[in-house]
Design a protein. Structure first.
Length: 479
């Protein structure tokens, strides 16, 4: 059978096609991989008769399969409840259940292990889904009742039993809460048997689920079951800033993942000197600034001896990186009463950074190569009209002599296209008209000053006006 979280029907998932074993929080909370499922038991040995059953969210319990039913992971079964019966999903069978029992601190003959009745029928699953549909409204109504009673508690989740006769209310509280009156009101309101179960903040985050800052589902809702204490010393060992906003998880406590790599950091910092030890040199006192644990480098800044009235400004450009072995050597020298000249004394010269032997022609190494570059606008030449006016003034001062032959134009290459354009009558008329207008403008001040220059020939009024359309381009003859 499938689950209601991913809208399955008859065990088939329309979305992810994984038949109820998808990686979402609704189908895969505290999932266990049975790596012994394909192994055959020796002849005459019966399979282990205890199975692990998972209910809503992260609640798991163990039940005894007295009838030795053939069960596999994902089967819906009916188990003994308190009172009545409950419906759950088989999460683990076989020899690995022994490891889970040992991890939970239960023995094979523990009285807490109740009986497994049978495989769930379709009517049982429908009854379970009907009970689950009432949980949301029940939780909100219970919160209203708790606030009316003035109880300092937070109801985080409600889980109905498979037969609908009992409901478990999960809550968190900082102090002990007297909820006897609350139980009476809830039983009268919903006509069910009420069980109050207090959980911690980490268990609450595991039941509700969510996405962490790493982009993955919360560890407490997918695989983490034992919650170890996390202290700020774990962050200090890893050189993390003590910022509660970044170190706290969704539960409001320090993230459990701070303990994952703590052992590696503890082993790496065993022979690294204490950062509170200052190094004494002839240049001054060197103060610790930063440590790279796995590169085994420590950064120090030399603070010279200041006279009265002088001030020293610290800067990251003045930091000097030293290997751990060099730092230990300077500390031993200081204990013996000696001081090195500077921190770099005895160290080899720093190697130059390796430059690639290729040229980045297309800019593929640039981070901003895909950014839209703004094109620079071309500045308009504002001095151009002034140059033209100066040229016109120079032409006015020169005496014009029309009888003097004009200079020969420069010889140009014989281009048949250009010759055809010059032979065009419309083009020649436009050029003659422009020359005549320019000459009339240049001659106006000279006529006012009383010059005897003859008047220019006016254009013929009967001449055809020039055409505004550009003549079609003619191809040169192949001959």
């Amino acid at each position: 059978m499938g689950c209601s979280s991913c809208s399955t029907k008859d065990g088939s998932v329309p979305g992810c096609k994984s038949n109820g074993t998808c990686g979402t929080a609704g189908c895969n909370k505290l999932n266990v991989y049975d790596w012994l499922s394909n192994m055959v038991l020796p002849d005459g040995q019966k399979p282990f008769n205890i199975v692990e059953v998972r209910f809503k969210n992260t609640r798991k319990e163990f039940f005894r399969n007295t009838d030795f039913l053939e069960l596999k992971m994902g089967d819906m079964v009916a188990v003994e409840g308190t009172p009545g019966h409950d419906i759950g999903e088989v999460s683990l069978t076989g020899e690995l259940v022994k490891l889970q029992l040992r991890k939970s601190g239960l023995g094979f003959d523990s009285p807490e292990i109740r009986a497994l009745y049978r495989v769930a029928r379709p009517a049982d699953v429908e009854r379970l889904q009907l009970s689950r549909s009432l949980e949301f409204n029940t939780m909100h109504r219970a919160r209203v009742i708790a606030l009316a009673l003035g109880l300092k508690m937070k109801l985080s989740d409600v889980e109905y039993q498979g037969d609908g006769k009992k409901a478990i209310f999960f809550y968190t509280a900082e102090e002990r809460v007297d909820f006897r009156e609350l139980i009476k009101k809830l039983a009268d309101e919903f006509k069910i048997r009420v069980e109050m179960r207090q959980i911690g903040l980490r268990q609450e985050a595991g039941r509700l689920g969510g996405i962490g800052v790493c982009g993955r589902e919360l560890c407490c809702s997918t695989w983490l079951t034992d919650f170890k204490a996390v202290t700020t010393s774990a962050a200090r060992y890893q050189n993390l800033a003590i910022n509660p906003a970044k170190l706290a998880g969704q539960c409001g406590k320090l993230k459990c993942c701070l303990n994952y790599e703590l052992d590696s950091y503890v082993d790496a910092v065993k022979d690294i000197p204490d950062s509170n030890i200052n190094l004494q040199t002839e240049e001054g006192k060197a103060v610790h600034r930063k440590t790279d644990i796995f590169k085994r480098l420590m950064w120090y800044e030399v603070i010279p001896e200041l006279k009265e009235g002088e001030k020293y400004f610290s800067s990251a450009d003045k930091w000097q990186a030293l290997p751990v072995e060099k730092v230990i050597e300077i500390i031993e020298m200081n204990k013996a009463g000696n001081k090195p000249v500077n921190l770099k004394e005895g160290l080899p010269d720093e190697e130059e950074e390796f430059e690639p032997d290729y040229s980045d022609v297309v800019g593929q190494d640039s981070i901003s190569r895909m950014d839209n570059r703004k094109k620079k606008k071309k500045k308009k030449n504002k001095s151009r009209p002034q140059q033209q006016s100066a040229a016109n003034a120079g032409e006015q001062t020169k005496p014009q002599n029309q009888n003097q032959p004009s200079a020969k134009p420069a010889q140009k290459q014989n281009n048949p296209n250009r010759q055809q354009q010059n032979n065009n009558p419309n083009r020649q008329q436009n050029q003659n008209r422009n020359r005549q207008q320019q000459q009339t403008q240049n001659n106006k001040p000279q006529q006012l000053s009383g010059s005897n220059t003859p008047p220019q020939n006016k254009p013929d009024a009967n001449a055809a006006p020039p055409s505004s359309k550009r003549p079609p381009r003619q191809l040169p003859n192949s001959n």
